[in-house]
Ligand binder design. Structure first.
Ligand SMILES: Cc1cc2nc3c(=O)[nH]c(=O)nc-3n(C[C@H](O)[C@H](O)[C@H](O)COP(=O)(O)OP(=O)(O)OC[C@H]3O[C@@H](n4cnc5c(N)ncnc54)[C@H](O)[C@@H]3O)c2cc1C
Length: 564
């Protein structure tokens, strides 16, 4: 059984360190007034938690045991706490303090679709609450039960259902079980020469079912599509029976029921199987690093790439603040590396007229046959040059590719040292991206000033489309110590989210709604849009048994809690 740290990210015994990154300590001191050598807080010991007895009446337990087998119904304290929430900042802060909230009363682990259906029937018959659980990595508050929920709360962990069931090679489709984690999924597909091509930064600890239920996007979405494009067929256990969506390439059967399941966060039922696009493992795959003199030249280059004939698998450009942060996390260089980077800096300043403070780092990925990759690189190279950018080779890109799954550990490192760090991401048409960026940066900095705290905000563009792209903001600050720190966090996070919707962008490009973003839903999709979703959830789940309160808030969950 694979289980993440109950209080933070990733595997027990693995953590982020500054010790091999000589630039990071000075960077954090300068921008956050954070001392990397001073650990200020640690999560409380598990033994000190006040874990309530499970509310699991005998007949509910009996029905669950009949559904999945007695050995797959757990009421163990650690299991219940580890399934209570996801990994958003509020989840981490409250868990670290020992404020575990309304934890599930039991964790059940169905082994096949029949068992999933039986769990669904048992929950509806016994009026229990079901919360499907994949890897628990969501950062939108998609798993937490309403604080006042009096009915038994059952977390349905899909981890035993982790197989590739079949591959239809003619159609490039694979039938998959929902509880499979990213690495195990790719292993199974790669062994047969295929890949899904979905690599979110949470890849190592998230599952197919979770990706579908949150409309996830992976780093290579420019090539393979987002999960919403990749997912064709679905089998979902609902309270009205089995919902079956055939894996057809396109259909005109009215409003898309497939799309209703995508992003449904467990509110319509439990996804027990999905049929998804798979592709032959590419012959060649490379990520190159580029530098642009300014953020606006980087944005313009990404827009031109999206509009042109090139089709790279990854397009990403960081603003100058994220570029400076990336350079500060570089591992100690050899003497030769130091000489090379000095030479590059001089070349950029003297020969290309770059202001090194404004410079922006970019990664562009290519996949396919050797010829395809070479042709794509040439097309992109021309666009980059037109925008005064330069290619800095494959070294930085490969390093980024290797490091990306370690980066999530940094939030726990910062929390240990007293800083709050989080992300907010959005998408907007190309024409709005410039003003959107300016507004978010201004609002975030105004919120730091209002709180009187030292803060930092940085951004990158990733996931390019015909009509626009995703902007991904990361922010961090040292709380003032004068107020509840989660209240201060809410001031900053809300300012950023509000700037998104005020700028014509969406509340989230790929992190879903949960309870974290529900406050902005009406401004994003309009009042009738919310009415449609409410009607859908109420119609399919009249007893409010399925992950209540997510996406469209219920009465007792209108905003995320500010610590309790
Ligand atoms: C460090 C970090 C990096 C991240 N990077 C990315 C990224 O690059 N791209 C991205 O898209 N997201 C990212 N995320 C967010 C998160 O990983 C995604 O939302 C992911 O899709 C969640 O998958 P999961 O298996 O962990 O789902 P969970 O967190 O377990 O569940 C999420 C929601 O899906 C529902 N659900 C899960 N399984 C099923 C099922 N079988 N049937 C019905 N409902 C189900 C749950 O009830 C819940 O509402 C990141 C998160 C973290 C913490």
């Amino acid at each position: 059984m694979k289980r993440m740290k109950w209080w933070g990210w990733g595997d027990e015994g693995v953590s982020f360190t500054h010790e091999d990154k000589p630039g990071l300590g000075p960077f954090l001191k300068r921008h956050l007034d954070l001392d990397v050598d001073r650990v200020r807080s640690r999560p409380v010991d598990f033994e000190t938690l006040d874990v309530p007895e499970p509310n699991l009446p005998v007949q509910v337990r009996a029905a669950l045991e009949a559904a999945v087998g007695g050995e797959h119904v757990s009421t163990e304290a650690l299991d219940r706490v580890a399934h209570a929430r996801g990994k958003c900042l509020r989840d981490l802060v409250r868990h670290r303090r020992g404020q575990i909230g309304r934890i599930p009363d039991a964790v059940v682990r169905p082994g096949d679709e029949e068992a999933v259906r039986a769990v669904m029937s048992a929950a509806v018959d016994e009026d229990a609450v079901l919360i499907p659980f994949g890897g628990g990595t969501n950062i939108s508050g998609s798993l937490e039960a309403p604080p006042s929920e009096a009915r038994p709360v059952i977390s349905v962990d899909l981890g035993r259902m982790d197989a590739v069931l079949a591959i239809d090679a003619d159609s490039g489709l694979a039938r998959l079980q929902p509880g499979v984690f990213g690495p195990h999924l790719e292993q199974q597909l790669n062994a047969r020469g295929w890949t899904l091509g979905h690599f979110p930064d949470s890849f190592t600890h998230s599952t197919l079912g979770g990706w579908i239920a949150t409309r996830s996007s992976g780093m290579q979405s420019d090539e393979y599509g987002d999960v919403a494009d990749i997912t064709r067929g679905l089998r979902v256990a609902t309270s009205a029976g089995m919902l079956v969506i055939r894996p057809v390439p396109h259909t005109s059967t009215g409003p898309s029921v497939r799309e209703m399941v995508l992003g449904s966060e467990g509110r319509l039922g439990i996804i027990s199987e999905a049929t998804v696009h798979v592709h032959r493992v590419p012959e060649r795959r490379t990520i190159l690093g580029y530098l642009f003199p300014t953020w606006s030249s980087g944005l313009a280059a990404m827009r031109e790439i999206a509009a042109g004939e090139a089709s790279p698998s990854v397009t990403r450009v960081s603003d100058s603040y994220e570029t400076a942060f990336s350079f500060s996390t570089k591992r100690s260089d050899s003497l030769l590396d130091q000489v090379k980077s000095r030479a590059l800096r001089e070349f950029l300043q003297r020969r290309r007229g770059y202001d090194l403070e404004a410079m922006c780092l970019s990664f562009i990925g290519y996949e396919g046959t050797r010829n395809h990759v070479a042709a794509q690189r040439k097309l992109v190279g021309r666009i980059v040059r037109r925008h005064d950018g330069i290619c800095i080779g494959s070294g930085p890109g490969e390093l980024y590719d290797q490091k990306k799954f370690d980066t999530p550990y940094i939030r726990d490192f910062l929390l240990d040292r007293g800083a709050l760090a989080d992300v907010s991401e959005t998408a907007a048409p190309w024409s709005l991206l410039g003003p959107l960026y300016d507004k978010v940066m201004a609002e975030a900095r105004a919120s730091f000033a209002e709180l009187g705290v030292t803060g930092y905000i940085m951004c990158h563009l990733s996931h390019s489309y015909h009509a626009g792209a995703c902007l991904y903001f990361t922010f961090a600050f040292m709380p003032s110590g004068l107020r509840e720190e989660l209240e201060e966090y809410d001031v900053v996070k809300s300012a950023i989210q509000q700037a998104f919707v005020d700028s014509g962008a969406t509340l989230s490009h790929h992190h879903a709604v949960g309870i974290e973003h529900a406050r902005w839903l009406e401004q994003d999709i309009s009042t009738p849009g919310v009415q449609m979703l409410r009607a859908l959830f109420d119609g399919m789940d009249p007893g409010a048994n399925l992950n209540p309160g997510k996406i469209v808030p219920s009465e007792d969950v209108t905003a995320p809690p500010l610590g309790e």
